[in-house]
Structure formats: structure tokens, C-alpha cells
Ligand binder design. Structure first.
Ligand code: 5GP
Ligand code: MG
Length: 175
């Protein structure tokens, strides 16, 4: 595979839009009146987060956290660090973490443990995609967009070496 590889569509923009609407409906039911703090994991969640929050028509706040785990390659190192933390007070807040993809689960498990120590009132996870075949540690996903096969995905925020985040569809890169 080279960076010349052409991505092909797994989930089209229309399919994503419909699914994000359904997720927003579920999240609205659970969080209306709870003034949640949505925590997006940079960079991959930024497109999903932007679409999702515009469908949530009630008071909420948005934060971002930046983690390092993947280098420039495709394999999770399993070693996760918070590179850019949260500015908002976490204690007593209803936190909803927004992730692009749960793969081995190592990144999100680390983050949920990290956030739990800050004593939020509640802590849930919304993930756009889930690749359960690669899981190394159990993860509960409270709101899930799509279950995906063991392929490398790009688009709709997901990158390959920082490329392809701007594709409107979720795509598979393969030769
Ligand atoms: P985990 O720690 O669960 O293995 O890795 C999660 C992170 O790895 C995701 O947030 C994402 O940044 C990256 N990742 C895992 N699988 C893929 C994939 O198929 N495509 C892309 N672009 N990133 C992935
Ligand atoms: Mg990510």
C-alpha cells in the first residue's frame, strides 16, 4: 500500500448522515436538561463531533483532548499520553466522550480511566466506528455509529498519515 492508494467507500455520506441523526436522537433523550460536556478526541473525531453537536438542540459544552498513541504508522503502540488536556472542570459534570474509532481499545480505556479519576457525575462513550475484531481490552460503547471490518479506514475525520481526513465518506484504503 502506498499513499497513492485509492480509498473506496464503505459508508457513504448519506448513510453517515442518517446514522448520526439516529445517534443524536438517542443522545438527546438521555442528556436533555443535563448540560453535558462533550469531549472530542483529536484529531479524528472533529468531523463527527461537528455534525453531531449541530443536531443536539439543547445546552451543552464542547471540549477537546489530544492523545498520542499511534505514531505515523497504523499500529497502536498501546502507550497513550495526554498531549493536550481539558481546560474545563470535570468534577460533577456529565461527560460524553466522542471517539472516531475503537480498535484495540487501548486508547479509549486509558482515557476513560484518566477521566474517571477526575470524578465526573457520569461518563459515557460515543464512537463513530467500532472494530471489535481487534480488541485487546473490553470497552463499553454507549452510542455506536457503525461496526466495521478489520480494514484501515479513512475519511470523515479519519486519517492515514494525516491525509484523507477531508473525505466526506468513510472509506477503506487498500491496493
Ligand atoms: P486503539 O487504541 O483502540 O487501538 O486505537 C484507537 C485509535 O487508533 C483511533 O482513535 C484512531 O486514531 C486510530 N485508528 C484505529 N483504527 C484506525 C483506522 O482504521 N483508521 C484510522 N484512520 N485510524 C485508526
Ligand atoms: Mg482517534
Amino acid at each position: 500500500m502506498s499513499s497513492q492508494s485509492k480509498p473506496h467507500i464503505l459508508f457513504s455520506r448519506d448513510k453517515i448522515e442518517a446514522r448520526v441523526k439516529q445517534l443524536a436522537t438517542e443522545i438527546r433523550e438521555d442528556y436533555l436538561g443535563k448540560s453535558p460536556l462533550l469531549v472530542g478526541i483529536l484529531k479524528g473525531s472533529f468531523v463527527f463531533m461537528a455534525d453531531l453537536v449541530r443536531l443536539l438542540d439543547f445546552p451543552l459544552e464542547v471540549e477537546f483532548i489530544r492523545l498520542s498513541s499511534y505514531g505515523r504508522g497504523r499500529e497502536s503502540s498501546g502507550k497513550v499520553k495526554v498531549v493536550q488536556g481539558l481546560r474545563s472542570e470535570i468534577r460533577g459534570r456529565n461527560l460524553l466522550v466522542i471517539e472516531d474509532i475503537v480498535d484495540t481499545g487501548l486508547t479509549i480505556s486509558f482515557l476513560l480511566d484518566y477521566l474517571r479519576k477526575k470524578k465526573p457525575a457520569s461518563l459515557k462513550l460515543c464512537a463513530l466506528t467500532d472494530k471489535p475484531s481487534r480488541r485487546q481490552t473490553p470497552v463499553t460503547i454507549d452510542y455506536l455509529g457503525f461496526t466495521v471490518p478489520d480494514k484501515f479506514l479513512v475519511g470523515y475525520g479519519l486519517d492515514w498519515d494525516e491525509k484523507f481526513r477531508n473525505l466526506p465518506d468513510i472509506c477503506i484504503v487498500e491496493d
